[in-house]
Design a protein around this ligand. Structure first.
Ligand code: FAD
Length: 400
């Protein structure tokens, strides 16, 4: 089969890229190949459902630019497609005096990123937003919202399939890619696709797909599982909206927090534990080849030696519920172990470089016939339509 552009991966980044390409040019054909029997089966369908405001990201970074632009694009898309969302705002709270400097730095970052309406909160003001939350100082972020990203992905897929130039092929796992002077040939078990340009949006497997295409990489994907608990309905009143701790600036994850889902359920989590399998959603999931690949990567070993203490804390909270509950009680003391039931997990694709750095920013690498999205962790769901536009514009330049 022939197509102008072939996209690998039917997560929100691949779908948004196809959506933007088809909007930019109605003369090109775009095909998405997805290995699962539906779209959004991995990161996109197992995330926290938060529409991030952009407060966390370094001004000028790809994360800041795409989160801010993507935020507006996402809300416009939800309005146009009648997808339920809510801009409920969130509170970030310092629980110890030594966290106040970090909270103030976060506020300043929000201002630098152009957020309006941010507000410092004292102890009593925190309670006006979250009556059961104990903190010594807080920031209210009015822009933060909630949505179901799976619904967005399904709508994008519907629109792509309804476009005469768009095709999504499910149950199609790429297992070989051969570049040539006109583009590339991509193989699945039973099909062969010829494309002028291939865009890799394979999430947890993006480095493997890039390696198949012959790219030299300075990074590897390290999977970090994030486990959730759900608060029993009779205790859901303990949390109104979203309550976050002050994040550790050395770590790309935000710390366990409370989130109201768009379905009304209150979730606690996710933590961030190194997973022994890329799509390892359960604690017992283990794939020797993938585990070995991670631990034999020099960059990962450097990460492990730098963050071993944080990592051990994450394992402790993962395997020992009272420790998880203790972390949550720092934000909402009334929460008890019996109030929480396990509620699944997601696995983050976090790129790690050879020098042991967890790559913080989004990262896209190009070669003649390929564009590889190699680091698209949170807030990539919020930013997806903007990342999609950025990749689609790069693709159009290459095709011309
Ligand atoms: C626990 C967790 C919480 C998060 N919370 C938030 C949040 O609240 N807000 C936010 O903005 N972001 C959040 N994120 C981040 C966000 O979900 C991801 O950044 C985003 O979904 C990435 O989308 P993607 O399309 O790159 O990856 P994915 O959704 O993982 O899609 C990649 C697709 O590629 C397919 N694929 C892989 N290999 C192949 C192959 N060989 N052949 C064919 N197909 C292949 C996979 O099956 C998959 O469907 C969270 C992530 C996690 C894990």
């Amino acid at each position: 089969m022939k197509t102008d552009v072939l996209i690998i991966g039917g997560g929100i980044v691949g779908l948004s890229t196809a959506h933007q390409l088809l909007k930019l040019n109605n003369n090109i054909t775009v095909t998405i190949l997805e290995k699962e029997n539906g779209v959004a089966k991995h990161q996109t369908g197992n995330n926290s459902g938060v529409i991030h405001s952009g407060i966390y990201y370094k001004p000028g970074s790809l994360k800041a630019q795409n989160c801010l632009r993507g935020y507006d694009m996402l809300i416009d898309f939800c309005k146009a497609e009648n997808i339920k969302y809510e801009l409920c705002g969130k509170v970030v709270v310092a629980i110890k005096p030594e966290e106040i400097a970090g909270l103030e730095a976060l506020y300043q970052r929000g201002i630098q990123n152009g957020l309006s309406g941010l507000r410092f909160l004292n102890k009593d003001e925190i309670k006006q937003y979250e009556p059961n939350c104990t903190g010594i100082k807080g920031v209210f972020v009015p822009q933060t919202g909630i949505v179901d990203y799976k619904q967005i992905a399904v709508k994008l897929a519907e629109n792509i399939n309804n476009n005469p130039n768009g095709t999504i092929v499910l149950n199609s796992k790429i297992n070989a890619i051969v570049g040539n002077e006109h583009g590339a040939v991509v193989h699945t078990d039973d099909q062969r696709y010829e494309a002028n340009l291939v865009i890799n949006c394979a999430g947890l497997y993006c480095d493997k797909v890039a390696a198949m295409a012959g790219e030299k990489l300075n990074m590897k994907i390290i999977p970090f599982r994030g486990e959730y608990y759900s608060i029993k309905p009779e205790k859901a009143h303990l949390v109104k909206n979203l309550i976050y701790p002050v994040p550790d600036p050395n770590f790309p994850f935000l710390g366990v927090h409370f989130t109201r889902r768009i379905s009304g359920e209150i979730e606690a989590g996710p933590n961030a534990v190194f997973a022994f399998q890329r799509e390892g959603y359960k604690k017992t999931d283990f794939k020797w080849s993938e585990f070995w690949e991670s631990i034999s990567f020099a960059g990962f070993r450097k990460v492990a030696s730098k963050y071993w203490k944080t990592g051990l804390g994450e394992y402790h909270r993962s395997y020992f519920k009272p420790a998880f509950v203790k972390a949550l009680q720092q934000l909402v003391p009334a929460i008890q172990e019996d109030d929480l039931v396990p509620a699944g997990a997601g696995v983050r694709a976090q790129a790690c470089d050879k020098d042991g750095g967890l790559i913080d920013d989004f990262y896209i690498q190009e070669s003649t016939s390929f564009i590889h999205v190699l680091n698209a962790p949170s807030p990539a769901a919020t930013s997806s339509l903007s990342i999609g536009l950025e990749v689609a514009e790069r693709a159009m330049k290459k095709l011309n």
